[in-house]
Design a protein around this ligand. Structure first.
Ligand SMILES: Nc1nc2c(ncn2[C@@H]2O[C@H](COP(=O)(O)OP(=O)(O)O)[C@@H](O)[C@H]2O)c(=O)[nH]1
Ligand SMILES: [Mg+2]
Length: 349
């Protein structure tokens, strides 16, 4: 076994150096933040194992940057696991520790929180860093077909109505398609709203029917597609969505997740939803969510922009389109009137 001490400006840099010197088999024996810009990590490698191992080929991924980010986060998670196993306490300057507490208090995953702490010195720079890492999307520039999908009860049908109403307000001509042949109440609720809004409504499960609807409504600017809610692991549901995404339809996909859901459930769902070609994320039920860190956690693992958040059951008003700095504040609980949902209404409508 070979042991070496590494010093670097950040944990990520130290880990990069360790991987470069010792390879993937390196283990971390200890790590310490010595000052705000110096960390020390002691790593070891078992040379026999190192020499005999066959390095598996790196998984192909389109975007280099995403691959790099994921790797960095995985490495940090490995460090944390090893540190915990050896009873190691995180030691860092008081200022950084208080940022770590804020982040973890918001339910941001520990390895993500540590990464953010490396880049920020106070709450203002933390908001800056966070806002640079989350991107948002202007739904005014959406494609003609906008499909919402996600877990059962996440708020898809309500959000379709909210988005349709907003688009009508902007002067767009709208139609709605329901692919929900499962929840009769859901489709009927949607039909009732389309009557009130006086917009065309089609209920189908067939891609060809979607195509025909699109061709029939040539004067329509946007067609919102509501889908049935299913558990993320439901293979038939995923295959139906995949088929739609792989078609030549001008389709934009929005993954709708409730911010009040269990953080682990939301994180786990990634292993299923990553199969789908997702364009953006929409978060619902911010009014019921105790912590909002899941918004950051998910935007980081999906690497997709956030298009909107919904803040209550009232249709159509409880939806906002924050830009990234406001979103960063919301995630950290640093809105002007912290506990009041009204605070979101002032955010970049
Ligand atoms: N508190 C709160 N409830 C919401 C929000 N969005 C949707 N809901 C409620 O969540 C429940 C499920 O919503 P629905 O749109 O039917 O979900 P779907 O199954 O994904 O279509 C309904 O009772 C909605 O009123 C929100 O932003 N806040
Ligand atoms: Mg529904």
């Amino acid at each position: 076994m070979k042991i070496k001490r590494f010093r670097a400006a950040s944990f990520s840099d130290a880990l990069k150096e360790i991987k470069k010197t010792f390879g993937e088999e390196a283990i971390i024996l200890s790590s310490e933040q010595i000052s705000s810009d110096l960390v020390e990590v002691v790593a070891a490698v078992d040379y026999e194992r190192e020499q005999s191992k066959n390095t598996p080929p790196a998984r192909e991924e389109r975007d280099d940057e995403i691959r790099h980010l994921r790797r960095e986060i995985e490495q940090l998670r490995d460090v944390l696991i090893l540190m915990r196993k050896s009873g190691y306490q995180i030691r860092m300057p008081e200022k950084k520790l208080s940022l770590l507490k804020i982040l973890m208090g918001a339910s941001i995953k520990e390895e993500f929180a540590l990464r953010l702490c490396e880049k920020a010195d106070d709450i203002h720079s933390l908001i800056e860093v966070l806002s640079r890492e989350i991107s948002t999307m202007d739904i005014k520039r959406s494609k003609k077909l906008v499909m919402l999908f996600g877990p059962t009860g996440s708020g898809k049908t309500s959000t379709v109505i909210k988005l349709a109403s907003q688009a009508i307000k902007r002067g767009e001509r709208i139609a709605i398609i329901s692919l929900d042949n499962y929840k009769i109440v859901g489709a009927e609720q949607l039909r009732a709203y389309t009557r009130i809004l006086r917009i065309p409504f089609v209920k189908t499960v067939d891609i060809e029917e979607i195509r025909k609807t699109m061709e029939r409504f040539t004067d329509v600017d946007r067609i919102f597609i509501d889908t049935a809610g299913r558990h993320p692991s439901d293979e038939r549901y995923l295959n139906q969505l995949k088929t739609l995404c792989e078609s030549d339809l001008p389709l934009e996909t929005h993954l709708i997740m409730s911010a009040s859901s269990d953080n682990e459930f939301l994180m786990d769902s990634y292993q299923y939803y990553k199969e789908i070609d997702i364009d953006c994320l929409g978060f619902t039920k911010l009014d019921e969510a105790v912590n909002k860190g899941c918004i950051y956690n998910l935007s980081l693992i999906y690497q997709k922009p956030i298009a909107y958040i919904t803040t209550g059951q009232r249709i159509p008003q409880d939806i906002v389109f924050p830009e990234s700095k406001s979103l960063a504040r919301i995630i950290l609980g640093y809105t002007d009137r912290k506990s009041s949902m009204k605070s979101y209404e002032g955010v970049d409508q």
